[in-house]
Design a protein around this ligand. Sequence first.
Ligand SMILES: *Cc1c(COP(=O)(O)O)cnc(C)c1O
Length: 341
Amino acid sequence: MQKKNLDWEHLGFGYTPTDYRWQAEFEDGAWVREGLVTDPQLHLTEAACVFHYSQSCFEGLKAYTTKDGHIVTFRPDMNAERMINTCRRLEMPEYPKEKFVNAVIETVRANAAWVPPFGTGASLYIRPVMIGSGPQIGVAPAPSYTFRIFVMPVGSYFKGGIKPLKLRVSDYDRAAPHGTGHIKAGLNYAMSLYPTMEAHREGFAENLYLDPATRTYVEETGGANVIFVDKDNNLIVPKSDSILPSITRRSLIYVGEHYLGLKVIERRVALEEIRDFKEAALCGTAAVLAPVGEIHTKAGVIALPSGMEKIGEISAKLRETLTGIQACEIEAPEGWIRKIC
Ligand SMILES: *Cc1c(COP(=O)(O)O)cnc(C)c1O
């Protein structure tokens, strides 16, 4: 297979249409017309539910080339399960787990020429998405749905080394108690765009959101979970029903416990406690783990002892171990690596 002629080392994180995408449509209670298609466009009615009532959800995962030249993906079954949970909450039809994993594999295999070679730091980003595509004007779920998986090569999140991020505590809220914070719905992003752009304009990488009920406890950022290391080298993981269950975060917890021998404590974490912590980091598919150096709050700046120059020691170990597992350089727990070809 001839790889595409791309400048793999300098790819950004953006949309590039590739050769094939997976499509399935849900009509009259069944998934129909399932398979690979070449047209990147969707043809939709102006009355599609997604345009009016935001019936949409998505997932994100990656495929990459390992040292020995295989193409693999990481825990696609977890994305399948999370999308099912999301669909239930949005009155959308579930795309079954086996179908989802198969569709990921078929789509990546068909676009193998677009999977960045080993050692470039780049990967193939996989974006499953579902929308209510049928016409709906009265407020109700759509009568029909479109599911797609498309892929694109993306560059390494950190160009020129891993630099700690500066966050601010947001005056806006991300997710209400008993709301939709725990599902991967487009609606959670629509309302975060304004606070995110405002944070960028003020020189911050991201907003750190607090629990809206008491504005005391840490939730997460707009698109990544947050974890901490305390003075005793315990991994402290914020717990809340409105945090999106990040697959990276759940994998890092396992790596911390079983590979690094860390004690992992999942509990509510008050903003003020961060002053006593050693390290903070964001986690998600895009960056795996991104260190946080400063958090700006109403009551002043919290400067993590690991500083703004380099990643903290425990964060570095967590990151190296998980990326090593993903690249098949460190033995993975059973079922984490799905070989595609
Ligand atoms: C997708 C997402 C994450 C990260 O989840 P991963 O499965 O690790 O990629 C974190 N927070 C939010 C709000 C997200 O949408």
